[in-house]
Every structure is written in structure tokens, then in C-alpha cells.
Design a protein around this ligand. Structure first.
Ligand code: R1P
Ligand code: URA
Length: 292
């Protein structure tokens, strides 16, 4: 039924405890969750993970998507988070607000790669993730101010590790599925989440003075094992790390769409194929994960 009027300015909920943007209340999302940016990918996974039985499929007015189903006797939700840091923040916080006990969230995304040895169509499991954040002040500072503050146009953050319990399962499951597969290779490495698809990912755009010509080189110098460049996993790991309510286990993997060194973009049909291929690895990881 429709969301009611919001009651609380600090953390808005309606009289049934449903949160403002995701529109879910207690019991409307599982504690084991797959995050995807693209809401169509959420549906694709629900339809193609063999044995996944959909119980509910909900799209709130803000166009997130929450599909919940049974897989091997365990409740799993597939959440279409939309793109970027702020949307991920909505999803993690509003899901945390309507659930109790430990959560496990694995992001299954798409990405670009800044790494020579990674090709389009490959899969990258992120053992850790860093953020790349544009520094707006830099663009308005004088040279003297920049020097005094040692300011840079982009901040590359410290890295945050995936939960070892998820990583062990996810690496094993994806490796088993990809074994002997000719079309693409599985990689393990660092994931980097940028706050823009464009500036902070080093894309050049003559319409904007982005000062981002060297950002990819800086990233590779600091984290040479960076193999995936996307927009959400860092926020997920960051919030899990500071969550005080109960533990949030996190992991991430991504299908490589763009080869940023050599050029090239994966055709849509191949992307769909890869989603169908590796979805089961993520679902099985969530089912087998032992949460405290
Ligand atoms: C950009 O095109 C989007 O694709 C990637 C990025 O993280 C960003 O959200 O992931 P998804 O395909 O999961 O959305
Ligand atoms: N998603 C991203 O964030 N970047 C890419 O280059 C491709 C997909």
C-alpha cells in the first residue's frame, strides 16, 4: 500500500515504520542482500538465478527496486540501488533502519578497468576498495593556497577490506563458475569507487575543466592492483565499517565494461550473459555465509 506521511524529521518513517526513499518497513527486506546499480539487472538476476523464487518485487516512487525471494531455503533480497555514493548511502542506511541483527551485502556491479591485464567481459572480485573523491575547493584556490594546503583536485582514500568470510566464499564460487570458461577471466584486486563516472574516473571532457589528466596514473601508483573502477562499493564498505547497530558483512565484484587504457566497451548482450553466468556465485555466497 501507499507510503503514509512521514513522522520524524531526523529519520523519516511513516506510521508503519516505512522509510522515506526505499519505502520499505520491517520484514520487507532480507538480511542477505545483493546490490546492483541497474534495476533491470535486479530483475534479470531474480529471473535467471536457477531456483530463485520471487516473493515480492517492489519499486518505490524514487525508483529503487527491492526484489525478495527464496533461494535454497534462504531469504535473499536483490536491491536496485541506482548509481553513485548518495544512492548507496540511502540504501545502506534505510535497509539498516528496518532490519535487526547482522546484514550481509554484496555488490554485483559493472565497472571500467584501468589495468593493462584486464579485458572487457572479465570479472573482478574486490578484495579491498578505495574512494576517489573530487575536491571542489581545489578548483577555486589560488596557486599559493593550493601549495599551503598541499591540496589536490581529487582525494584518493585509504583502502577498506571486504569481509574475509564473504571473500573466501565469493572467490571460490566465482572461480568454480569461471573455470574453463574461454570468454573471460576472473581477477582479484583493488576496487576503486569514484564520485563521478566522468571527472573522478579520469574521463576527458572538453566541456569542463576537470584537472583529472593524471588521476588514473596517481591511482595506479598508489594502488597498482586496481582492476575495477566503479561508483558504489566504497560507500558500502565505508558505512559497514562505521555501523554501530550490528555487523554488516560486505563484498563486491564487477563485470568489466570499459577498458580505459586501450579503449573498448563490452556489448550489451555480452554483459547480460555475464550477469546470468555469475549471479549464482553471489547468491550461493549469501546462502552459505555464516553470520554471528
Ligand atoms: C555507471 O554506468 C554505473 O555502472 C556501474 C557504476 O558503478 C555506476 O553505477 O555499476 P552498475 O552497473 O551496478 O550501476
Ligand atoms: N561503470 C563505471 O563506473 N565506469 C565504467 O567505466 C564502466 C562502468
Amino acid at each position: 500500500s501507499k507510503l503514509g506521511d512521514m513522522k520524524d524529521a531526523n529519520f523519516p518513517k511513516d506510521d508503519q515504520g516505512r522509510v522515506y526513499h526505499l519505502g520499505i518497513g520491517p520484514g520487507m527486506v532480507a538480511n542477505r542482500i545483493i546490490f546492483v546499480g541497474d534495476t533491470h539487472r535486479a530483475k534479470l538476476l531474480a529471473d535467471t538465478i536457477d531456483g530463485f523464487e520471487t516473493i515480492s518485487d517492489f519499486t518505490p516512487p524514487r525508483q529503487f527496486r527491492i526484489i525478495t525471494g527464496n533461494y535454497k531455503g534462504v531469504k535473499i533480497s536483490i536491491v536496485g540501488t541506482l548509481m553513485g555514493y548518495p544512492n548507496t548511502d540511502f540504501c545502506v542506511r534505510e535497509i539498516r533502519a528496518v532490519t535487526e541483527g547482522p546484514l550481509a551485502i554484496i555488490r554485483m556491479g559493472t565497472c571500467g578497468t584501468p589495468h593493462d591485464l584486464v579485458e572487457t567481459g572479465d570479472v573482478v572480485v574486490g578484495r579491498e576498495t578505495v574512494g576517489i573523491v573530487r575536491n571542489p575547493d581545489y578548483f577555486r584556490m589560488t596557486d599559493k593556497e593550493r601549495e599551503e594546503a598541499a591540496a589536490r583536485p581529487y582525494t584518493i582514500t585509504r583502502s577498506l577490506k571486504a569481509s574475509p568470510e564473504i571473500l573466501e566464499l565469493l572467490e571460490g564460487k566465482t572461480a568454480a563458475i569461471m573455470k574453463g570458461y574461454k570468454g573471460s577471466t576472473l581477477h582479484f584486486g583493488v576496487n576503486a569507487s569514484a564520485d563521478s563516472f566522468y571527472s573522478a574516473q579520469g574521463r576527458l571532457d572538453s566541456a569542463f575543466d576537470d584537472k583529472n589528466e593524471v588521476i588514473i596514473d596517481e591511482l595506479m601508483e598508489r594502488y597498482p592492483e586496481t582492476k575495477a573502477l566503479e561508483m558504489e562499493s566504497f560507500t558500502l564498505f565505508d558505512l559497514a565499517d562505521v555501523c554501530k547497530k550490528s555487523k554488516i558483512y560486505v563484498g563486491c565484484l564487477a563485470i568489466v565494461l570499459a577498458q580505459r587504457k586501450r579503449g573498448g566497451f563490452l556489448p550489451h548482450a555480452r554483459k547480460v550473459q555475464m550477469v546470468q553466468k555469475i549471479g549464482r556465485a553471489v547468491a550461493e555466497t549469501l546462502v552459505e555465509l555464516k553470520m554471528e
